[in-house]
Design a binder for this molecule. Structure first.
Ligand code: GUN
Length: 295
């Protein structure tokens, strides 16, 4: 079997068109423009490239968007004050602090400081808790993108054996929690694997849907995948430079061998990545709509 390729570069623009329409309607009917501020501390190249893409998407959708470039020797107090300013800025509906932060800044403290109603990343403990009890206001963007890719590709999640490799707060834990809910696009049996898992292949071979956010190339090879499984590769590993001087990327899955066994697979780049940014835009729109009481 050669897998169908599920591309965020194709599904993302469809959702962005929907966002564009709703954004225009929000302006027309309520005079509101969704506002997003992205805050980046320091000069991490990966963070700069993510934030640049987020800003570009916001502008293309007609959002009000601001970027705060903060030096990496900023004090924690100054960063918390900056967040507080945007918490009370009525033009801003979404606040995103790009992670990771420098070591001298307490990441948890920063995430707690963001108003949960402007937390378009879905990382504030209040939003993590809401997600856990099936009352989510914002879904974290990468898990939300994965769920949308599966749903919009006609893949049945209800009743599926889902295996998630990786237990990060950004991907592994939230996607597991989302897909286990008794809800549309969920209701799966979810197994979480991580570095403490004794026999990873035993679990991955049982998966109807395998979601991989392990953080290392070739973590999943064809012998670890069931024939006909759906494989979602969330990995972004930088493995050198292209002749044009761009970062060369690969995922966590050995794409070439696994695509011969899976029924569907997401590539890297062009798979989950573009969905993450799209879902951030959707969360920002939802934040703007909910603050004006219109959803
Ligand atoms: N760093 C890597 N992924 C993300 C993300 O989705 N949001 C933020 N804020 N930082 C990140």
């Amino acid at each position: 079997m050669t897998a169908r390729i599920i591309r965020g570069t194709e599904i993302g623009p469809v959702i962005r068109d929907e966002i564009k329409e709703e954004t225009a309607r929000l302006l027309e009917q309520h005079g509101v423009v969704p506002g997003l501020v992205t805050i980046i501390v320091g000069q991490n190249p990966a963070s700069i490239s993510y934030v640049t893409a987020k800003q570009k998407a916001a502008k293309e959708l007609g959002f009000y968007s601001l970027q705060e470039d903060v030096p990496d020797d900023v004090t924690e107090t100054a960063l918390l004050e900056l967040i507080s300013t945007y918490n009370s800025d009525p033009r801003i509906h979404g606040i995103l602090v790009q992670l990771p932060l420098p070591k001298h800044i307490n990441e948890t403290k920063v995430l707690y400081a963001i108003d949960p109603d402007k937390d378009v990343d879905g990382f504030h403990p209040v939003n993590v808790g809401r997600l856990m009890i099936g009352e989510a206001k914002f879904y974290p963007c990468t898990p939300y993108g994965i769920q949308q890719m599966l749903m919009r590709s006609g893949i049945t999640i209800d009743g599926a054996e889902v295996v998630v490799v990786g237990r990060s707060n950004i991907v592994g834990k939230p996607i597991s929690m989302m897909l286990v809910q008794k809800a549309e696009g969920a209701n799966a049996t979810v197994t979480m694997c991580h570095t403490g898992t004794k026999d990873l292949a035993f679990h991955t071979r049982r998966a109807d849907i395998l979601i991989v956010a392990a953080g290392r190339p070739n973590a999943i090879t064809a012998d670890m995948v069931k024939e006909g499984a759906v494989v979602v590769d969330v990995g972004v590993n930088r493995i050198g430079m292209t002749p044009e001087g761009k970062a060369k990327l690969c995922g966590d899955v050995d794409f070439e061998s696994v695509k011969e066994k899976a029924s569907a697979i997401t590539p890297v780049p062009g798979g989950v990545g573009p969905m993450t940014i799209t879902m951030l835009m959707l969360n920002t729109l939802r934040a703007a709509q909910s603050m004006t009481g219109k959803i």
